[in-house]
Design a protein around this ligand. Structure first.
Ligand code: DLZ
Length: 507
């Protein structure tokens, strides 16, 4: 054969660049369920099951279009454990002239591919991943000479580049960003839309059995399993979102409600990040809904901003800053991750709910990730790298390129402000404003200190005081520091003691 084309588990689209000039008559595709990929972190059971099932369905899709696919299942006697060994075995069998692969979404594998020419002694072509709008080079050019990098300006360029929500060179609706109209708290709604659910077919059922057995000790519930695992179903899930939830997505983007894990979110990142959905295609659908008058501008713009703004920006930062980015630790935080991140056993009702739904659905929405589990970890001084590994494990949508900058940069400010303009630190008041969690919580959100006070409060002020030196030059934090300075000495002492007592119990 001519080319052996390796397709990774998060490259599940016939438009993947490795297939661009490929020919089903001369080339063979290799896909594999590999123990190494399934265990570089302790992935949530649902994440592994989702990806394996989506991979098997994609292999079927390819075969139906005439491709020869060598698909190695996890339990196959031919399984070699990792990409290098599996590819080597396929080379021995097929004796191809070349190996072709679209570059991995992750530093670890991308570096490995670069070494393959030497190790495997065969010509290897690594094609750039063209599923993103902004190339590494374009981002380098954009970042060059800028003192600070801000998503907002990058995002405007992406709007111009795609023409999404543009009136010639002007943004539709008269402004670029409707973020200030994305911050309403939500009320319980008997008719709350729910993400579209799909019953497992025979292929998925087999995988659920396989994963339950092989990954029994991993975090998370495997059932109920209701994710789409094919491109057609992923599109159905997205269309369902546009019709039912998107109209309210803008208003309630930052809201949280106990027992409502999805609210008006699309819950499609797991499809998007493995290639079942295409970012531009879904943005065009959102734009069309806006022009059809079914969706207000704050929802359409807010959604499109997440995809062509934030998502692209995050990925660009990852490649721009790896490998050193992984170990950034601006605040020098070294506390081990509290065990309740795995068990959900805590009296803080917001944290408990976010972790319970993470366990059940391999999902929490962005404000739960940022302002509950992320905010808590930063206030408590948890090691950012440990927290990063947690997020990478527990969410069905998590790949390093997207999860790491969101955790290290956005949520933990561990890069010292490269990505975010301020630490996303907040006391219980923010959580109380944006959710109903505090109503049934064991702690009192109005109290700053004492045994029954909401731990976010003392931790928040203690965080400000501990890091005052590092934060005082930040214009967006200065006001809070000045407020802290005005507290009496007794109050400051009480904050310190409350915070210390709580942290002592954590470890
Ligand atoms: C996440 C993941 C898992 C759990 N398993 C596999 C696998 O068995 N085979 C595979 O090709 N890919 C898997 N992946 C996705 C890869 O880890 C992913 O391609 C890299 O993290 C790069 O983004």
């Amino acid at each position: 054969i001519r080319n052996l084309i390796l397709i990774l588990g998060d490259q599940l689209t016939p438009k993947i660049s490795s297939l661009k000039n490929a020919d089903p008559m001369q080339d063979v595709i290799l896909m594999a369920e590999l123990p190494e990929e399934a265990s570089y972190v302790q992935h949530h059971k649902k994440k592994i099951a989702f990806l394996f099932s989506a991979m098997r369905h994609f292999a079927d899709e390819l075969r139906q279009s005439g491709w020869t696919v060598l698909y190695i299942t996890l339990d196959s006697p031919d399984n070699q454990g990792d990409f290098t060994a599996q590819t080597q075995k396929a080379i021995q069998h097929f004796k191809p002239q070349n190996i072709i692969v679209t570059d991995a979404g992750e530093w670890r594998l991308s570096q490995m591919f670069k070494n393959w020419q030497n190790i495997l002694k065969i010509n290897i072509h690594i094609a750039p991943d063209t599923r993103f709008l902004c190339t590494e080079k374009e981002f380098e050019n954009w970042a060059h000479g800028r003192k600070i990098l801000r998503m907002e300006y990058f995002y405007r360029d992406m709007r111009r580049k795609t023409g999404l929500l543009m009136d010639d060179d002007k943004p539709v609706g008269g402004k670029w960003n409707f973020d200030t109209e994305n911050r309403k708290p939500a009320d319980n709604n008997l008719f709350m839309p729910q993400p579209k659910k799909f019953a497992p077919d025979a292929t998925t059922q087999n995988i659920l059995d396989l994963v339950s057995t092989r990954f029994d000790n991993n975090f998370g519930d495997i059932e109920p399993f209701t994710f789409a695992v094919t491109r057609d179903d992923a599109r159905r899930a997205f269309d369902h979102f546009v019709q039912n939830a998107l109209p309210n997505f803008g208003d309630y983007q930052d809201a949280m409600l106990e027992g409502e894990p999805f609210l008006y979110h699309s819950v499609i990142a797991q499809y998007l990040n493995c290639g079942l959905l295409d970012p531009l295609e879904i943005c065009r659908k959102v734009e069309a809904a806006y022009h059809a008058g079914t969706v207000p501008i704050n929802a359409a713009e807010g959604y499109i901003r997440q995809i062509i703004g934030w998502r692209e920006y995050i990925r660009a930062i990852y490649w721009f800053k790896m490998p050193q980015y992984e170990n950034e630790n601006f605040f020098n935080h070294h506390r081990p991750l509290p065990n309740f991140y795995w068990t959900g056993e805590t009296d803080m009702s917001c944290v408990k709910d976010a972790i319970a739904q993470t366990k059940r659905h391999a999902y929490a929405h962005h404000i739960q990730r940022l302002m509950v589990t992320g905010n808590f970890a930063m206030l408590a001084g948890v090691n950012p790298h440990e927290l990063h590994l947690w997020y990478l494990s527990v969410y069905a949508d998590a790949y390093e390129w997207v999860e790491m900058p969101n955790t290290i940069g956005m949520s933990q400010f561990a890069d010292g402000g490269l990505l975010a303009s301020k630490p996303y630190a907040a006391s219980g008041a923010y959580i109380n404003r944006m959710s109903n969690y505090c109503k049934n919580c064991a702690y009192n959100v109005k109290k700053r200190t004492g045994k029954d006070a909401c731990p976010f409060n003392a931790l928040y002020w203690d965080f400000m005081s501990r890091h005052a030196d590092k934060l005082k030059t930040n214009p967006r934090i200065g006001q809070m520091l000045r407020t802290y300075e005005k507290f009496s000495e007794e109050e400051k002492q009480a904050i310190k003691i409350s915070s210390e007592n709580f942290l002592k119990k954590l470890s």
